[in-house]
Design a protein around this ligand. Structure first.
Ligand SMILES: NC(=O)c1ccc[n+]([C@@H]2O[C@H](COP(=O)([O-])OP(=O)(O)OC[C@H]3O[C@@H](n4cnc5c(N)ncnc54)[C@H](OP(=O)(O)O)[C@@H]3O)[C@@H](O)[C@H]2O)c1
Length: 270
């Protein structure tokens, strides 16, 4: 990772912040990257996994000199962490919160004496790890994110600037539905294996199928249903499988999965 005097600090290095670090390792920005952990064992693991990453056990030390602080702890821990850091954050830094459900207004209450600290909410997904993520970004008072920050995020995938009120729905769309599609891929892979194909071959092939289907969705204004109609000849093989999915009510199941996930997200208490 290249170094520079500018620094991005990853506070909390769980699944998501590590996905962001991996993604940035593929196309490193000209920043010094630093991270905090809570045990010497985690520090050793992280240093081994990310060459050149500066790792500390001390959050106060981590944020020193940081232009951006990426807050990647669980939402219930975030308020306490920010409270402890409020006087240590560098002048003019930007605090980027990954915390689902945590409104920027709650962070601003804690940082009411630090109007110089800019607040941003980011909802990425784990595909940021391979530079193919989807990242929703909201700023306080629906202001525009700094171009420099958007450039960093764009190294991780496609960025959408959205109003903060849409964050919950975006969380399900961007961060949860990859698991829904992968669940289907798991089942289809099992069926392929049951009919004689090799496990690794099936996994790789289904990965390419998902990439291709995604690119078809993004390459024109044709809807998913339009693309299905192109693929499925009436009375043909694909149509037979789709009819079975209709009988088994895949559509209702998918809508209910989305709605249930959204209701769960909206019920989370901080
Ligand atoms: N996973 C996703 O796909 C996803 C998607 C969108 C948004 N998010 C959001 O991203 C955030 C992180 O989620 P995650 O799935 O990455 O959680 P996670 O794997 O549990 O990671 C949280 C990390 O924070 C560390 N931590 C906790 N308190 C800390 C402190 N005081 N100082 C330093 N580190 C501390 C934990 O350390 P220990 O290991 O020592 O406990 C852990 O490594 C959450 O707010 C979540 O809402 C997650």
């Amino acid at each position: 990772m290249p170094t520079s005097t500018r620094k991005i600090a990853f506070l909390g290095t769980g699944k998501l912040n590590q996905a962001l670090l991996r993604g940035l390792s593929l196309r490193p920005p000209a920043y010094k990257l630093a991270a905090s952990v809570r045990s010497p064992e985690s520090r050793a693991r992280l240093e081994a996994a990310f060459e050149g990453l500066s790792v500390t056990l001390d959050n106060q030390e981590l944020v020193q000199g940081a232009s951006y602080v990426i807050l990647g702890v669980k939402p219930h821990a975030a308020l306490e962490v920010v409270q402890a850091l409020k006087d240590s954050l560098p002048q003019g830094t930007t605090l980027v919160s990954l915390c689902a459900r945590l409104p920027l207004a709650r962070l601003r209450e804690i940082l009411s004496t630090r109007p110089d600290v800019k607040l941003v909410r980011l909802m990425p997904n784990t595909a940021c790890e391979v530079g193919a993520g989807l990242l929703g970004v909201s700023c306080e008072n629906e202001s525009s994110p700094e171009p420099e920050l958007l450039e960093i995020f764009s190294r991780l995938g496609q960025v959408r600037v959205i109003p903060e009120r849409d964050m919950d729905v975006f969380t399900i769309l961007g961060a949860c539905t990859p698991a829904f599609f992968l669940k289907m891929a798991e089942s289809l892979g099992r069926a392929a294996r049951g009919n004689g194909l090799d496990e690794d071959f099936s996994r790789q092939a289904l990965g390419q199928v998902l990439i291709g289907a995604g690119q078809l969705l993004q390459s024109s204004k044709l809807s998913a249903q339009d693309r299905i109609t192109q693929i499925a000849t009436p009375g043909g093989v694909t149509a037979e499988g789709l009819a079975r999915l209709d009988e088994l009510q895949l559509e209702a199941a998918s809508v209910q999965a989305f709605e249930s996930a959204l209701a769960k997200c909206q019920s989370l208490k901080l």
